[in-house]
Design a protein around this ligand. Structure first.
Ligand code: NAP
Length: 288
């Protein structure tokens, strides 16, 4: 297929790479041009000067940028993909953004004869590189049928959750759960250290029981070692929790622990640790 891809960051770069490796004809756009040139040198394809140019003639256009405003800029902005896409083509957004912007873009796309899917991902940098992301999708079922086999080049699960915005709302649930699990793990490990236990031995025992989690299995030992350079950053987590709390204000859900953990992440940012990974909650509880 002829595809466009906007945003070649930590996530978008390898995702677009899987599409090229699968034999699709991919035209990429990246705001910082040098990243697009490096991507083309590695994977082939073409680099475009604007998002609209990357979208011209593509059957599906993908994006993976920072936040709601970035997303608006690369879609409905003056040089955005909506100005380059043909009627009947599909736009798939992998940014973690609000459900409101997903609905806004779906409506703006429909006016132009475009189908839009919100499709945030879980699995982090390594999931993108290995092509094993989990993708949660909101939008039209017919557009999903077209996009699903293409997204599958970098995903192990691609699921339609419901109408536009449902993918983003599912990602919010994911982030609410991750925040709570990481704080629980940090408190447990800090307690183990204060209690004079061998924290790694504790992990090896309790990870075989009801307390186990992906975070425990993948971050437990590194938290004990005081290493917090393993992917998803505090700055991005705060964006995601803000989005979730705004949605909760609108739908009436209560997020008391999430709000508190968001403040712990704010404290880490104030201490200059915004680029550390989310397991750095441990730093607030121990001298690690
Ligand atoms: P990143 O490495 O910072 O990449 C962001 C990309 O978006 C870059 O290509 C950047 O261009 C581009 N961009 C940002 N603002 C733009 C704008 N206004 N106009 C045009 N391009 C713009 O971020 P990432 O880690 O790939 O994350 C991307 C999205 O995936 C975020 O929403 C994030 O929350 C989500 N996500 C990330 C992870 C993770 O582990 N990193 C996991 C799941 C979901 P430049 O190169 O010019 O800066």
């Amino acid at each position: 297929m002829k595809l466009g891809f906007i945003g070649l960051g930590v996530m978008g770069g390898p995702m677009a790479g899987h599409l090229a490796k699968a034999g699709h004809e991919v035209t990429v756009y990246n705001r910082t041009r040098s990243k697009a040139d490096a991507w083309v040198a590695k994977y082939g394809g073409h680099a475009a000067a604007t998002p609209a140019e990357a979208a011209a003639g593509a059957q599906i256009v993908f994006s993976c940028v920072g936040n709601d405003d970035d997303l608006r800029q690369v879609t409905i902005g003056p040089e955005g993909v909506f100005h380059g896409m043909s009627r009947g083509s599909v736009f798939v957004d992998h940014t973690t953004a609000s459900a409101a912007v997903a609905v806004e873009l779906e409506s703006a796309g429909r006016d132009r004869g475009l189908a839009c899917l919100d499709a945030p991902v879980s699995g982090g940098q390594s999931g993108a590189e290995q092509g094993i992301l989990t993708v949660m999708v909101g939008g039209d079922a017919a557009a999903f049928e077209i996009a699903q086999p293409v997204i599958a080049h970098y995903a192990r699960a691609v699921t339609l959750m419901g109408a536009s915005g449902s993918g983003q709302k599912t990602k919010m649930v994911n982030q609410i759960c991750v925040a709570g699990v990481v704080e629980g793990l940090a408190e447990g490990l800090a307690f183990a250290l204060h209690a004079g236990l061998d924290a790694k031995k504790v992990l090896s025992v309790i990870s075989k029981g009801a307390a186990t989690s992906w975070q425990m299995e993948n971050r437990g030992d590194t938290m004990v070692d005081g290493k917090f350079d393993f992917g998803f950053a505090v700055d991005l987590m705060r964006k995601d929790l803000r989005i979730a709390m705004e949605e909760a204000r609108a739908n009436g859900a209560e997020l008391p622990a999430t709000a508190l953990i968001d403040q712990f992440y704010a404290k880490l940012q104030k201490q200059g640790h915004g680029r550390m990974d989310t397991s750095s909650l441990m730093k607030l509880l121990s001298d690690r």
